[in-house]
Every structure is written in C-alpha cells, then in structure tokens.
Write a protein that binds this ligand. Sequence first.
Ligand code: ZN
Length: 134
Amino acid sequence: MDYKVDHIGIAVNHLKTSIPLYERLLGASCYKTEQVPSEAVDTAFFLQNGAKIELLESLDPNGPIAKFIAKKGEGLHHIAFEVPDIFAEMERLKKEGFALLNEAPKMGADNKLVCFVHPKDAGGVLIELCQTKK
Ligand code: ZN
C-alpha cells in the first residue's frame, strides 16, 4: 500500500474565527467551504502543497464533531488517506481485524466516498479512507 495523505481534519468550534486564524497561520486563503450532511458539519479547506487541511464545525449539538469537542476540546480530529478502491481497502482492513465505523462508504466532502476506522484500533487516531467518486 502506498497511501497518500489527502487531508488532516481539525475540529473547531466556529469556522468564522478558525478560517481567519488558519489563513494567518498558513499565509494562504481558504479555497472552499462545503456542508457535509452525512457528518452534520460545515467544512473549510486549505491546500498546502498537495495535502489539505479540513476544518470541521458541527451543525448539530449531537453530531460527531460536537461530541468530540465536548470530550476533548478543539483539535486534531482525523487523518485521511486517499485510496484507489475504497471497497477493496475496507475488505482488506476488515480481514485484518479493524473495526470500521460504517459498513458501506458514505458521501463525504469533496465528492469523495469515505469510511472511518475506529480509533481504538489505530492507536487512538481516527483514520479516514477516501476515494474520489468516479
Ligand atoms: Zn475528512
């Protein structure tokens, strides 16, 4: 396997304050925002030499990002790897004994199919697999 890091997800309370913060930090503009209903989030993206930073703000007080922030505060939420065939990769990981958080890929940001690996099986880090929808 030779996964490329597609993006790093960061949970934030408010995009309104975090977008300008990251614009100052990276010296680059947010190039797009997108609402992702399947995760109940608003997202904002920055591009850094091929790898993306995805800021995530919850739209729902009971959504996964709101729960994450309630427990751990703002911060690093997940690392996403681009895979060529998400279905094959999910099968491979299941056979390897990893718990997947969704049985079938779901629609994520950026026109991508996504699936998450449980952090308990990945050293405490939430891992996202993503594949551009063809
Ligand atoms: Zn992501």
